[in-house]
Design a protein around this ligand. Sequence first.
Ligand code: FAD
Length: 392
Amino acid sequence: MTANVTRDIAHDDLTPIRESVRALCANFPGEYWRRLDRERAYPAEFVAALTKAGFLAALIPEEYGGSGLTMTAAAAIMEEIQASGCNGAACHAQMYTMGTLLRHGSGEQKKRYLPGIARGELRLQAFGVTEPTSGTDTLSLRTTAVRDGDHYIVNGQKIWTSRAEHSDLMLLLARTAAREQTASRTAGLTVFLVDMRAARGNGLTIRPIRTMMNHATTEVFFENLRVPADAVIGREGEGFRYILSGMNAERILIAAECIGDAKWFIEKAAAYAGERVVFGRPIGQNQGVQFPIARAYIGMRAAELMVREAAGLYEAGRDCGAEANMAKHLAAEASWAAADMCVQTHGGFGVAEEFDIERKIRETRLNTVAPISTNLVLSYIAEHVLGLPRSY
Ligand SMILES: Cc1cc2nc3c(=O)[nH]c(=O)nc-3n(C[C@H](O)[C@H](O)[C@H](O)COP(=O)(O)OP(=O)(O)OC[C@H]3O[C@@H](n4cnc5c(N)ncnc54)[C@H](O)[C@@H]3O)c2cc1C
């Protein structure tokens, strides 16, 4: 069984980018990720290598020092990282969180921050939206920012703020007007670009959350944190709209990661099924073993088409809310199905640490929960595509 059974089917003109991502990832083999996983340590060397190669600045326009690539190219980068057995969740937000600043920030803010973000000197990969009590219901978040002269005073708490300890800046969504005082349901929330370097120890506290995979996620507490008024992105009170506008990019890129994961599982399973001999023949000669691999492959390819459609619509500047949600949903289901199949194909070795499958399965499991859970994708399609009554 040859390698690359899933990876040479890309049919796009991104082969050079794909190959350079693979070459970089080859320096970070399974042992590297296993060690970090055991220690719950951050893959600093891997992130530094991706940054140096310019991959994390893919979506930043050239005028700000980025590579100005398309969403399709950015998706190919994330897919190849995962298909190589690496874990892009450690830094994927550096690629897309800046989108809110790029689309809604002032000219002065863009000039001040984007070149540093493109060079990786400024890490903008903390996204403070989810709170313990609000969960998926973002509009009920309770963190407040109250104007005080040329500052805002922030109080409250975020949860699941991933990479906060490895980020210089945080995109924060906070309430600047009480819900009952606003004209519309979605008004009253404001986006801030918080400089965490100055804030830590001065009203901002980060507490890591240990999770089933190595994800560097945290809880963040704000206690009278003073944030300068010029940290507001766009207009006060319109932050919910700005945050929503960034979510399609996040969904498409995470869907691409799921496709990469699925390819990794499928390749690993196909290779093993071709080599492992039991009852005097390769296990992959049995239809009971080969059919689940074929089924996982078909599911992955179908999901991959939706990821491409969503990325194409995104870069054409067209509405892609439904496609980005469907891509994330299909790809997360495809990677989870492939993960399950991969364990079964390997029998006992599927759960042995040195095969990396048990690590990858823990990592890919997250994707049906975050950044948006399956039920909320289904609700979106039911309401916005099928015209059914809003269920929440
Ligand atoms: C490891 C990790 C990293 C994360 N990183 C970040 C981050 O960097 N920044 C950030 O802001 N957030 C982050 N999140 C948060 C993530 O976006 C949320 O966990 C996710 O959106 C689900 O919210 P919740 O966990 O509060 O679940 P809840 O909202 O409590 O929902 C729990 C379950 O109930 C279901 N449910 C809720 N309401 C309904 C309804 N009306 N109809 C049907 N089903 C419903 C949900 O689908 C879900 O399955 C992260 C989460 C995790 C676990």
